[in-house]
Design a protein around this ligand. Structure first.
Ligand SMILES: [Zn+2]
Length: 202
């Protein structure tokens, strides 16, 4: 007798060079589910070109701490492939597990809010991986650098549209970069790839 095929626990979506892995299962509790999930994550990370991952927990409500081991394995695989792994939309209970075990210092975890969707996280943390953006040093004018520095230091990013104007005045016509600054729905943090590039950090 053939075993009944089980539905997958994850779905994937690709944004340029970044793969978003979304969990479809609400409760990550029983050992069968956790084992199957671990296998699916490993399979995804082993595929070529999938070293930059965002793991989206928005549909997960509760999980057992037994699932943490699967994330440690995934983290190792991504590190070996010199990729980047970010978790987003974590339920409070799982976030607490990460904090208790200090794994929140090891993993990159996008705060919720403001990062309510995986697309926000891809936009903020992985910009240059999604689309090749060549950054011309001539765009680093005194005005642009002062704006980026002030936002980075104060953690207040309300001046992003003004930074876009400053970069455009300096000759930047990159739609992707300008959109990132002008899109009012895009949250920004110190991880902001545009600020990092203006400040010469990336
Ligand atoms: Zn940003």
């Amino acid at each position: 007798m053939n075993p009944v095929p089980r539905p997958p626990h994850t779905e994937i979506e690709t944004f340029g060079g970044v793969t978003v892995v979304r969990f479809l299962t609400e409760l990550l509790f029983d050992s069968g589910t956790i084992q199957a999930l671990g296998n699916e994550l490993s399979r995804i990370a082993d595929e070529p070109g999938r070293s930059n991952l965002v793991v989206d927990f928005s549909r997960v409500t509760r999980a057992s701490s037994a699932v943490l081991g699967k994330f440690i394995t995934l983290h190792r695989k991504v590190q070996l492939a010199r990729g980047r792994l970010t978790f987003c939309c974590l339920p409070t209970q799982l976030l607490e597990f990460f904090q208790i075990t200090k794994l929140d210092k090891v993993f990159s975890i996008a705060p919720r809010p403001p990062f309510e969707t995986a697309a926000h996280v891809v936009g903020e943390f992985f910009g240059p991986q999604v689309r090749a953006v060549a950054f011309d040093p001539a765009w680093r004018t005194d005005t642009a650098v002062a704006l980026a520095r002030q936002m980075y230091d104060s953690r207040e990013f309300g001046a992003m549209p003004i930074l876009a104007d400053a970069l455009q005045d300096a000759g930047c016509e990159d739609e992707h970069l300008l959109m990132h600054c002008r899109d009012a729905t895009q949250p920004h943090t110190r991880e902001c790839w545009v600020c990092a590039r203006v400040l010469g950090k990336a």
